[in-house]
Design a protein around this ligand. Structure first.
Ligand SMILES: *[C@@H]1O[C@H](CO)[C@@H](O)[C@H](O)[C@H]1NC(C)=O
Length: 294
């Protein structure tokens, strides 16, 4: 009897998790629908009916893709699983960017490393063509062992970078003290896997080991349900037919609650390895204005 009880509860677990995965995946995007491969001559692939996208890199080329939509504000999630093993010299870039010489940009870049050595998560924010706002982090897990969720919450108040729901960086809107903030230029999502062994490995110290090629990074569960799609000069969030994204407008004014602020501090204290706002050598004339307020 014990046997039949456990097998029926096992069945229930399978059934529930199958149902849950259907519900969850139906809310996630489909790569065929939301993205297009832009370069790499067959090295980028959309597989499993649009559920999975892989990029690869070998000594001849990397590869990349971009979103079909442009967005002006959004809460955008993507799950990534990075190049495993010896990935030194490879860079997986995942970012939002507008066009033109005064572009805005929100960057995640994952710098590979030798087997067993930690990846670096490099972040930056450009507003009106000016960046130089790098912060780098180690992660509290191995980002090559499994998929993890990397998110950007971009609303008129701030840009928050999160990893598995834990905020790692906040870039506040400080237009009030003259710091430009990305809020007028729609951005597309871009990603690429490329070779940067001339800078990514502590100034080119370690070279990419091409005998390990092809290097592969994978993507799944893109979610931009709470994002404003920009098309023909209008935002889906303000058009008359739809006043908000399906789950409402809350994300457009969302701020970090005190427990999230606490987790942000925890990450910055324990995992941040570079902060432009602490790099006095780089700013002999004084730190950029946003540094004094964050
Ligand atoms: C690679 O690992 C070394 C040794 O732990 C570390 O100093 C370095 O920051 C890591 N990342 C890169 C990109 O070199």
């Amino acid at each position: 009897m014990a046997f039949s009880t456990s097998s029926s509860s096992l069945f229930l677990i399978f059934f529930v998790s199958f149902w849950l995965s259907l519900v969850l995946s139906s809310s996630a995007g489909n790569f065929n629908q939301d993205f297009q491969i832009t370069w790499g001559d067959g090295r980028a692939k959309i597989i499993n009916n649009g559920d999975l996208l892989t990029l690869s890199l070998d000594r001849f080329s990397g590869s990349g893709f971009q979103s079909k939509n442009e967005y002006l504000f959004g809460k955008i999630d993507m799950q990534l699983k990075l190049v495993p093993g010896n990935s030194a010299g490879t860079v997986t870039a995942y970012y939002l960017s507008s066009k033109g010489s005064n572009w805005d940009e929100i960057d995640f870049e994952f710098l590979g490393n030798l087997s067993g050595d930690p990846y670096i998560l490099h972040t930056n924010v450009f507003s009106q063509g000016k960046g130089n706002r790098e912060q780098q982090f180690y992660l509290w897990f191995d980002p090559t062992a499994d998929f993890h969720t990397y998110s950007v919450l971009w609303n008129p108040k701030h840009i928050i970078f999160s990893v598995d729901g834990i905020p790692i960086r906040k870039f506040k809107n400080l237009e009030s003290i003259g710091v430009p903030f990305p809020k007028n230029q729609p951005m597309r999502i871009y990603s690429s896997l490329w070779n940067a062994d001339d800078w990514a490995t502590r100034g080119g110290l370690v070279k990419t080991d091409w005998s390990k090629a092809p290097f592969t990074a994978s993507y799944r569960n893109f979610n931009a349900i709470n994002a404003c799609v920009w098309s023909s000069g209008a935002s889906s969030c303000t058009s008359s037919r739809k006043s908000a994204t399906p789950t409402g407008n809350a994300w457009l004014s969302q701020e970090l609650d005190s427990s999230s602020e606490g987790r942000l501090k925890w990450v910055q204290k324990n995992y941040m390895i570079y902060n432009y706002c602490a790099d006095a050598k780089r700013f002999p004339q004084g730190f950029p204005p946003e540094c004094k307020l964050s």
